[in-house]
Design a binder for this molecule. Sequence first.
Ligand SMILES: Nc1ncnc2c1ncn2[C@@H]1O[C@H](COP(=O)(O)OP(=O)(O)OP(=O)(O)O)[C@@H](O)[C@H]1O
Ligand SMILES: [Mg+2]
Length: 651
Amino acid sequence: MGKQQRSIGNQYQFRLEGFEEEEEMAVEKNVRNIDPTLDDGFAPVSQEVFQSIDADAEKAGGAWEEPEEYVGSIGRTMFDTPSSKDNSLTVLLPRESMEKAPSQSLVRIKSRDGRSYLGVVIEGPFAEPDGIRGDSPIVVTTTVKGGIFMPKFHGRVQVEILGEEDESGMLVPPRFRPLPNSPVFALNSCETANVLKLEGDIRLGLAVGHENLEVRIPSDRKSVLPRHVGILGTTGGGKSTTVSGLIYSLQKAGIATVLIDTEGEYTMINEQTTDRTMIAALDRRGLKPDGVQNTHIYHLVGRETTNPGHHPKTSFCIKFDKLSPYLVMELLELNEPQETRYLKAYDITRRVLQDLRISPQAGEDPSRFFELDEMEEGYPQMTLEQIYDIITACAQIIDKAEDGIEFHSKEFRNRKDDVIAAIKRAINADSSKKSEGSLPGVVSSWRALQGKIGRIRRLKIFDNPDAKPLNYRDLTRPGQVSIIDLSDTDSPRINNLVIAEILRGIQEQQDRNYVEAEKAGRQPNRTIVVIEEAHEFLSAERIKQMPVLFQQVARIARRGRKRWLGLVFVTQLPQHLPDEVLGLINNFILHKIADAGVINRLKRSVSGIDESLWSRLPGLAPGQAIVSMAGMTRPLLVAIDPTPCKLRMVD
Ligand SMILES: Nc1ncnc2c1ncn2[C@@H]1O[C@H](COP(=O)(O)OP(=O)(O)OP(=O)(O)O)[C@@H](O)[C@H]1O
Ligand SMILES: [Mg+2]
């Protein structure tokens, strides 16, 4: 108001709703020009009247002054209406304060009953004309005619109550509602970061709607990252940028990161970005291009990596004895008759290995051979070659063609007679059945099984002497970034098997690391496994086909929380992730998702995000994301930092 308020008469303040300065002046002039001789039915107001009003005003305490408790406030709470909701209230702002309460900003409400509340702007600020409805015909009509009638206006925001501040400043659940007409104050960035618990050594980006509010997460708190992260969003939303930036920070924080790179997109993150727009975006935030340190590329033996020039680079094989026989059966998609035969062959192979002292060997401690959980891993030292040999031999026995038996595995091939004798003993060991009868018949089923095993055998990724298995001690070393490049496998099933094996191996190593750290009295190693294209690994369909695989992952996820092993699932198809998987995740970075059906599903799994934030998800720009992390007071819309490192373009 201020200067625009025209004084008419003495100190008598008279305000004309909805008129701009010139119009007001014109009216004022007219008032002064009233000719007292004109008989229009109105007599001019006499000076005495004004003087008496002034005297009354003086008696009542003089000109109006803002009460002390309102000084510095940006607005006031409004009365409730029938549409009011618990935990949410309307705050009105004078025109000049509207910019002080942007979306997502925090406010303190000092209720007139003495209580203090903190709240967050979840809707608005909306501009509403003073004293008239924004959609009234006069406003609409004059607006379309060129805005000749431009009323004064004020702001309205909807505030969600975060809690009541007790004497110590702690937020507690509110028991009451702030009273109407209570002053509302804006929090500054520093206070806001404190209240929202945005502290930590890993910077994700800047909160949208705030001047310069950094959103950070702690890399050292067990209650955050080891409770697993989902990075979801449609193609082009910014997931890979977020992932690579996160890995950069995790490495700096001394966390061991293992990245399952199904597309070979991250094999150059050791270099700094050369993308011009990314460099410009980094510059705008005062950040610099930089490569990730301590990267190590691993690829399956016999397969390529997308960055063959990278050092160090190591090929690896999978140890067959680390795979649960049940997982192998899932992988091979065996039907029931084949499963029966596979389990029988597995049992025979185990007995033959024991019988011939191949495993355990003479003098070896046998205890670990008897405490096996076959849902988790296989029999020590059993190879795919051996079980293939046994399956072939069984087929020959059923086919009454024992003479044709040939062995390929290096443990069996030079002791053919011994092995055949051991096979027979193994068959007969099952004394409840007749000697021949304990081996399931039907040669075609045996041959089909042989064919399926033969197929994965030809991949030459199991027990290949040209490569070592992954060294999980290296993978969990602080600050090491292991990029597992699976881009050259062409088989989601093989990838799944490798991922399952890596998770199992890391979990086992992390258990060991934990014990060692406890003994040495130091902090446990922190490890994060990032799984790109997680929908390939853990889709609803896949989980149905491979329940053992999922059980393993779920077990690791649960144990991971205790052992500081965090999983990060990245996918552009969150709709394929079943509720069981979403249920394992407590932290979400949600990039743009346009599909309403997908958003509705996520709403059921991701708690704490209010409707107004959800409604922004379909319209997010690349790099923007709703971030909901364990430990944060509430989710926030964040402009994620551009990545400093180089991503390979994949199509
Ligand atoms: N945080 C960011 N800051 C600036 N630009 C970004 C950011 N994130 C993404 N972009 C822009 O969006 C583009 C796509 O991002 P990105 O490749 O990370 O998406 P994506 O979700 O991984 O996509 P896809 O599903 O295809 O793998 C980037 O090339 C970049 O131009
Ligand atoms: Mg990507």
